[in-house]
Design a protein around this ligand. Structure first.
Ligand code: ISE
Length: 337
């Protein structure tokens, strides 16, 4: 690794890739964006110019480049697994956007590759873990003030994205995957059983999803529900409520003030996830860079990425069968204890 700063290559320059590249270039100490990659040359050039980096169109060359210390994967979901495996093969730390993979089998390959490498290299971009609203709730749970957690309720409401139709598979693997990780992390439990129900977005497309509900049972005897919307009608909102044996708590809402005015009470809602989680994304890249400079990545691991896909896999099977489905996971390797 270069003496001064970590040389990071960012793969993918869409919404999340350019956000990470900008955060690394402007808001992260100890790192530099040395290159950005996108198959769309113009888009890569624009982000590279803004970050003082070079633009390339080939990911394999970039991962192998000895001048690159660490890789940030923010390309389309279906490309994550192969890129992550290439980074592990090159022995380079990687921050891989969620989902870690789009199939459980591929996520297992990544876990096995990291085990074979014998060192922690992967962090998965479950940035809610460093979002202050979520980490405050986690600290409250860890303090014991709520007692043992019994019930998790996650709400994840997205505004409609133009004329995009989201399929139930996309709602589960691209979006609800965040809530699947949050519940494992906050409840300190694994999911045993999953039932998914949803309302189609279009009557002629039964797999399209407008609103989805996942009912989950946990191995600590707890219960969870995850509520998802692809058309909130008012903005972007993510919340968690936990019922514990001694009390109940919710994530605090937006940083915007509540206003009483003209006989009414109001509060602004974020328009999108980039706005709502802007601070979390900055904390995440700084934390990632610091941990690598101190030895190895911390935060959500390849195992967490795999286990979130274990839940997604049961949810996908339930979406097909219409019935509750048991999760199927390999045993947790001691490496991830
Ligand atoms: C998006 O990819 C994200 O990661 C956002 O956090 C999530 O809320 C959104 O639903 C996803 O599409």
């Amino acid at each position: 690794m270069s003496a001064n700063s970590l040389q990071v290559a960012v793969i993918g320059t869409g919404a999340i890739g350019s956000l990470h590249a900008t955060n690394l270039a402007l808001h992260t100490k100890g790192a530099r964006v040395s290159a950005v990659m996108d198959i769309d040359r113009e888009r890569a050039d624009a982000v590279a110019q803004a970050c003082g980096a070079r633009a390339v169109t080939d990911a394999a060359d970039l991962i192998a480049d000895p001048a690159v210390d660490a890789i940030l994967i923010a390309s389309p979901d279906a490309s994550h697994a192969e890129l992550c495996l290439a980074a592990i093969a090159a022995g380079k730390p990687v921050l891989c956007e969620k989902p870690l993979a789009t199939s459980l089998a591929d996520a297992e390959r990544i876990v096995n590759a990291e085990l074979a490498a014998g060192e922690r290299l992967v962090r998965v971009g479950f940035m809610r873990q460093v979002d202050p609203a979520h980490s405050d709730l986690q600290a409250l749970l860890a303090s014991g003030q709520l007692g043992a957690p019994l019930r998790f309720r996650g709400t994840h409401f997205n505004p409609r994205r133009g004329d995009t139709i989201i399929r139930i598979e996309g709602a589960i693997v691209n979006s609800l995957i965040h809530d699947m990780h949050s519940l494992r992390w906050l409840m300190s439990a694994e999911v045993q059983n999953a039932l998914v129900q949803w309302l189609p977005d279009r009557a002629d497309m039964p797999r399209s999803a407008r609103f989805a509900l996942a009912h989950l049972t946990l191995d600590n005897g707890g219960l969870a529900t995850l509520e998802w919307s692809g058309d909130s009608g008012y903005g972007y909102e993510v919340g968690v409520e936990i019922v514990g044996e001694l009390g109940t708590a919710q994530t605090h809402s937006h940083s915007s003030p509540t206003i009483r005015r003209g006989g009414g009470l109001s509060q602004a809602v974020s328009p999108d996830w980039q706005d709502r989680f802007a601070e979390a994304y900055r904390i995440e890249t700084q934390d990632w860079v610091d941990s690598i400079r101190q030895g190895a990545p911390t935060g959500p691991s390849a195992w967490d990425g795999y286990m979130s896909l274990v839940i997604a896999d049961a949810c996908l099977r339930s979406a097909d069968s219409g019935l509750p489905e048991l999760t199927r996971a390999i045993d947790r390797p001691a490496f991830y204890a």
